[in-house]
Write a new protein. Structure first.
Length: 319
């Protein structure tokens, strides 16, 4: 069982300020994305969710991997390993970071990702309500899911918060700041979507040749917004310039994403690319890691300019 504490809003922000003063690099929601904060008064405790997921903290949109010159000199310096606190991250995004750990640290070890993530403490802020288009419940999670959290903060009322500590890393930064309390059972909010997609792999495995893929793909403009704003999408491209090697986010929805050096493209059509994205989320990744790769944050649904809904795609494949 986790250690449980309670506090008010003012004391919670005072604790956060103390962490900043102790030299931690504190990331918190600020408008459309997470940013490094110094003024804790600007930290929102009542936001729905950011547009850009916090995956960019450990996996930046653009990063320099190494530098070189024509003399043969090579500099492959890793990012500085800093003590980081990611504060106010929502449960869906905390779960997404756990999935990214599988991608970057399980079979293939990415030292750049590890350097940024290894010293990070996740302070998760539970959701009071389901967000617009959110469906975390449909993929085996909830607005108060502690998976991936070092600390989980849940709002009890307008000025009271429950703090649950799950790891030694979380206990270290809490440092007996608050008095222990009995755990309060807080009523779970009503979901806005009730379909269970946790076993979607069972029907998707039979639908590779379904005509439904083409129906949904006709609306797609291959802009890549669904992948860039997804907290678990992690495809990237490597570019060599005259003096450095750069890694940048890429999207499996781009027409040239799978083009081979020979010119052959195994996924030339939007239908092929959309099918691969959905099957990766709900079938392929689960086959390899026993984990659905979609966390139900709803960003791809909210921000698709053509109104494509991944839930509708998956539902349409069920017999």
């Amino acid at each position: 069982m986790p250690d449980t504490y309670s506090t008010n809003r003012e004391s919670l922000l005072e604790w956060l300020k103390k962490i900043v003063d102790e030299g931690y690099e504190v990331w918190a929601p600020s408008g459309e994305r997470f940013e490094i904060v110094q003024d804790v008064e600007k930290v929102s405790l009542d936001y729905e969710n950011t547009v850009v997921p916090p995956k960019e903290i450990g996996f930046p949109q653009t990063e320099k991997l190494l530098e070189f010159d024509f003399t043969g000199k090579l500099n492959a310096k890793l990012p500085d390993t800093k003590k980081r606190v990611i504060f106010g991250i929502r449960p869906c995004d905390a779960r997404a970071m756990k999935i990214l750990d599988i991608v970057f640290l399980k079979d293939f070890f990415d030292p750049y990702y590890y350097a940024r993530k290894s010293e990070s403490v996740l302070v998760v802020l539970a959701c009071d309500e389901y967000c617009k288009d959110g469906f975390c419940n449909a993929v085996g999670s909830s607005p108060r899911d502690p998976e991936g959290a070092d600390i989980l903060i849940t709002k009890i009322n307008e000025d009271r918060y429950q703090i649950e500590v799950f790891t030694e890393r979380g206990r270290a930064i809490l440092d007996n700041e608050f008095e222990k309390s009995d755990r309060v059972e807080i009523k779970m909010p009503e979901p806005v979507y009730n379909k269970d997609l946790s076993k979607a792999d069972e029907w998707l495995s039979k639908k590779f040749e379904s005509q439904e893929w083409e129906k949904f793909a006709r609306k797609c403009i291959s802009c890549g917004i669904c992948t860039f704003l997804c907290p678990t999408c992690h495809c990237f491209d490597i570019t060599d310039t005259k003096n450095c090697r750069i890694r940048t986010w890429d999207s499996c929805q781009f027409p040239e994403y799978t083009v081979h050096t020979s010119g052959h493209n195994p996924r030339p059509e939007r239908t092929h690319r959309m099918r691969n994205r959905v099957l990766h989320k709900f079938l392929y990744f689960k086959e390899r890691n026993n984990e659905i790769m979609c966390v139900g944050c709803g960003r791809c649904v909210r921000h698709c300019p053509e109104g494509i809904d991944i839930r509708e795609i998956v539902e349409s494949m069920e017999d």
